[in-house]
Ligand binder design. Structure first.
Ligand code: PBG
Length: 340
């Protein structure tokens, strides 16, 4: 049977005819201002390449780090999140080094804020996995055979850690441990210490993901036994993400996050649609970065095109901010125009 068309057939291709018209009707835009660039900081004198993340380094707190941030600023990247990397001999079961005011993260915050002030927005990851000798994100009770991560002991330590970062001058703390009530505990501690203006970016829907592999090598934070499935989310769930985000918003989160990004674009969309009034960050994690790096090195795909397609995809899914190891490269590439 022939369908009788009342109007001449629509021709969507008219809107794709050339770059100018494609740009004119593009629904999604992306600029370096959306990026939050992760920075690993450590003690020492030289920057160290991270084997599992080609092109990425651990930075000592000093001039080279300042230059690194300066380069980013020159490209329009002005948001950074700090992760501390510690040698094993400074770790203990409770991650006490996490709230040492002379620790590597507070020192990096002080240095960067002293040099750049309000030109940069500085975030610091609040967790224990980089500081505990067992590598879990909280205090472990029991032994290697029968153990659990104690929720409430852990969030009390997160609160101390957050206040130390606030003392150092951080703009936002970013709790990533997926303990219940962590945002509330941190908010109360910050307020009690007079830091009403320090914000919280909560890793709200953080999944127990194998995509964190390269990061754990970078930060030497892999759990020595067991896994993180009793605190991080089950990859099979998305409605549960709405609950996690809702709780964090009630507890006082200023920005919420979905992590990882690429395998969780539906979750990003769901969270954005459920809480359209809340700023939403998505973390394109280490495995997403290293996968593209490895495939590009093999010549299987075009690094620039893939990285930008992925970042636009995350933005299109509903993320306002994107934590990405491609921040510097993508800022450069975007400066040359979009490739679509
Ligand atoms: C710490 C933390 C992790 C990441 C960010 N913060 C590791 C983990 O949960 O094991 C992962 C980041 C990445 O893979 O890029 N809790």
């Amino acid at each position: 049977m022939q369908v009788q068309l009342l109007y001449p057939v629509s021709r969507p291709r008219r809107l794709r005819a050339n770059k100018l018209v494609r740009d004119a009707v593009a629904e999604t835009s992306l600029s370096p201002g959306a990026f939050i660039m992760p920075i690993f900081v450590k003690d020492g004198v030289d920057r160290e390449p991270i084997g599992s993340m080609p092109g990425y380094f651990r930075w000592p707190v000093g001039d080279a780090l300042v230059k690194h941030v300066e380069e980013a600023l020159g490209l329009g990247v002005d948001k950074f999140i700090l992760f501390g990397v510690l040698p094993d001999d400074l770790k203990d079961p409770e991650g006490k080094a996490s709230y040492d005011p002379q620790g590597v993260v507070p020192r990096a915050i002080r240095l960067l804020k002293e040099v750049f002030g309000d030109k940069i927005l500085l975030f610091a990851d609040v967790c224990l996995c980089e500081y505990t000798d067992h590598g879990h994100c909280g205090v472990v009770v029991g032994d290697g055979k029968r153990w659990r991560v104690d929720n409430d002991k852990t969030i009390a330590i997160y609160a101390r850690e957050a206040v130390v970062y606030a003392d150092a001058g951080v703009d936002f703390v970013a709790p990533s441990g997926m303990m219940d009530g962590q945002v509330r505990a941190i908010r109360q501690a910050l307020d009690a210490a007079g830091y009403q203006d320090v914000g919280i970016m909560a890793y709200s829907a953080k999944y127990a993901s194998a995509f964190y592999g390269p990061f754990r090598t970078a930060a030497s934070s892999a759990p020595k036994f067991g896994d993180r499935r009793t605190y991080q989310m089950d990859p099979r769930n998305s409605r549960e993400a709405v609950k996690e985000v809702m709780l964090d918003l009630e507890e006082g989160a200023d920005i919420v996050m979905v992590k990882p990004a690429l395998a969780y674009l539906d979750v990003i969309r769901l969270v954005k649609d459920s809480f359209p009034w809340s700023p939403l960050a998505a973390y394109s994690v280490s495995g997403e970065y290293s996968m593209v790096k490895a495939a590009a090195k093999m010549g299987y795909l075009d690094e620039r095109l893939i990285a930008l397609e992925v970042l636009f995809g995350i933005k299109r899914a509903g993320a306002d901010l994107i934590l990405t190891y491609y921040a510097l490269d993508a800022a450069k590439w975007l400066g040359e125009g979009t490739p679509f």
